[in-house]
Design a protein around this ligand. Structure first.
Ligand SMILES: [Zn+2]
Length: 532
């Protein structure tokens, strides 16, 4: 990039400035080409995730790279200044997209990433004499009362590290080399800047969340020891602990086959229609996803074959993404496609959070007030674990990019032991997180997305009360779901909620048990039976 800029400065003095109208036309044309290529890309990725492992999106990624890295056009674009602020914003996005694509669509890198993903899609985890898919393994960890089996399942997650660990390390080194060449930054720093965030601010938010929730988290670990009747909490107890409360009614009230009709019912209350969105359930190597094939016109969802509340949580999260892609009303492809990622995660989470509200779940899932209280409080406790775990995942990744020669397992285990308060037993489980291979420097957006969602939820409650109706839906659409990259995350949050983005509402949620006492005073009867 530095070399490229210098060259264009030299040329600038020798040539006449471009006609802005001509360059704007060319920009239009290239954005349309990109829109079609990305539509092919997402359709192919969707097929691959559905099990067509012989397909590849690499040829399309190569075509995308050709369209955005045409040196002659980039020179023209760099030399042109537009008076229209939207055109000027699109110009900046295109130039950034060129650098980004040169890095991430580098043929050597996409080849490694494809190998990583293929391995993740095809691996079966050996537990005893059984061969489990990722979804089945996750289910054992979350729901199986046999503690020895859970330990085996947790240790089995290291099987993907044996297969993929070295490849992921190679991808990290390659991304750093490419970022140094094209942006003169570390890959992690370049990517975070592209998403409109600063490393310093992000790490401050992480630290605020960790320190302000630490006493409550320690109390939670005490409580887990007491309720599970064990002296030491192990990594294979965490997911299970947060899932066992609802075991008695979960399968009955949260049936997988009703998933899509419940999602439609929930969003219809807000005045939204999911009819144009296509949804399939499949065995996936990731929790689920929404695909913005063509914004506003063709949006697809894949839900993983999970069960119970976790199935609904992930489905509704994907639904939130789909609503964003469906309602996006920006005037050009780059303005649609370059939304701030953490905003998008926040909008997805706003919908997922709804299922934990008694105003919603007593009606939608016919829960009794006691069951609603258990679901809400279990979710709050589980969020403690997931937020701290995701911060640890994200910090481990930033460390890996800062010094790729460190042992990734040692770094990961040190940080996770600190954030989760458990011994990681020197097990090389880090590569079980599929984000490290295929979606680098994305994890922080889940945490920031939680901050966004709780802040938006707080504002909507203030304005419309806890029973959100079509007016709340209209507010969410106007302030958030219709927006892409024309406004920054900071500006959207200020305009939409009246204050800058803050971790305060997430921290407040984590610190405050729900009002109902039935959950906390619940005897040891049914609860004990479920965890034996
Ligand atoms: Zn998401």
């Amino acid at each position: 990039m530095v070399a490229c800029l210098l060259m264009s400065l030299v040329l600038l003095s020798a040539t006449v400035a471009e006609n802005p109208a001509v360059v704007a036309d060319q920009l239009d044309g290239r954005e349309k080409q990109l829109e079609n290529l990305y539509a092919d890309y997402w359709r192919t990725e969707y097929q691959i995730a559905m099990g067509k492992h012989n397909l590849s999106s690499r040829p399309i990624q190569e075509e995308i790279r050709t369209v955005v890295s045409d040196d002659a056009f980039l020179r023209d674009l760099e030399r042109t200044s537009f008076s229209d602020p939207l055109l000027q914003a699109r110009r900046k996005l295109f130039l950034n997209e060129a650098v980004y694509t040169r890095i991430t669509n580098n043929p050597a890198l996409t080849a490694v990433v494809e190998q990583i993903t293929q391995q993740e899609n095809t691996i079966r985890y050996k537990v005893g004499d059984r061969q489990l898919t990722r979804a089945e393994l996750t289910d054992v960890l979350a729901h199986n009362p046999d503690r020895k089996l859970r330990e085996q399942a947790w240790r089995a997650t290291s099987q993907i590290t044996a297969a993929n660990g070295e490849r992921i390390q190679n991808a990290i080194k390659l991304r750093n080399q490419l970022a140094r060449k094209y942006s003169s930054e570390l890959f992690s720093t370049f990517l975070l800047h592209r998403k409109g965030m600063e490393v310093q601010t992000l790490f401050e938010w992480f630290e605020d969340i960790r320190t302000q929730t630490e006493p409550e988290y320690q109390r939670l670990l005490d409580r887990m020891r007491r309720e599970l009747g064990i002296a030491k909490i192990e990594p294979w107890d965490l997911e299970f602990y947060f899932s066992h409360f609802t075991n008695e009614f979960e399968s009955q009230k949260f049936s997988t086959k009703d998933g899509w009709s419940k999602a439609k019912e929930l969003t219809a209350d807000l005045g939204y229609s999911l009819d144009p969105v296509e949804m399939h359930i499949a065995d996936l190597s990731f929790p689920g996803a929404a695909y913005p094939v063509l914004y506003g016109r063709e949006v697809k969802i894949l839900a993983n074959r999970y069960s119970g509340t976790y199935f609904y949580d992930r489905l509704l999260h994907a639904t939130g993404h789909a609503l964003h892609y469906q309602m996006m009303a920006e005037p050009s492809f780059l303005l649609r496609n370059n939304y701030a990622e953490a905003m998008d995660e926040g909008m997805a989470q706003v919908i997922a959070l709804m299922m934990y509200r008694p105003e919603v779940n007593t009606k939608l899932f016919a829960l009794t007030p006691e069951q609603a209280s258990v679901v809400g409080e279990t979710y709050r406790l589980k969020t403690f674990f997931t937020v701290r775990n995701t911060i640890a995942d994200s910090l481990s990744e930033f460390e890996a990019y800062a010094d790729p020669d460190q042992d990734p397992s040692a770094v990961y285990n040190r940080i996770h032991a600190e954030y989760l308060g458990v011994d990681m037993h020197d097990a090389a489980v880090w590569a079980f997180n599929p984000m490290y291979g295929s979606d680098p420097i994305y994890l922080e957006s889940f945490v920031v997305g939680e901050m966004v969602a709780h802040q938006i939820q707080h504002k909507a409650d203030q304005e419309f009360g806890k029973n959100w109706d079509k007016r709340a839906g209209a507010y969410l659409k106007t302030s958030f779901y219709s927006h892409g990259a024309a406004q920054s995350m900071d500006s959207l949050m200020r305009r939409g909620t009246g204050e800058p983005l803050t971790p305060r509402y997430l921290i407040h949620f984590l610190q405050h048990p729900s009002e109902q006492t039935s959950f906390r005073n619940r005897g040891t009867g049914a609860g004990k039976k479920a965890i034996e």
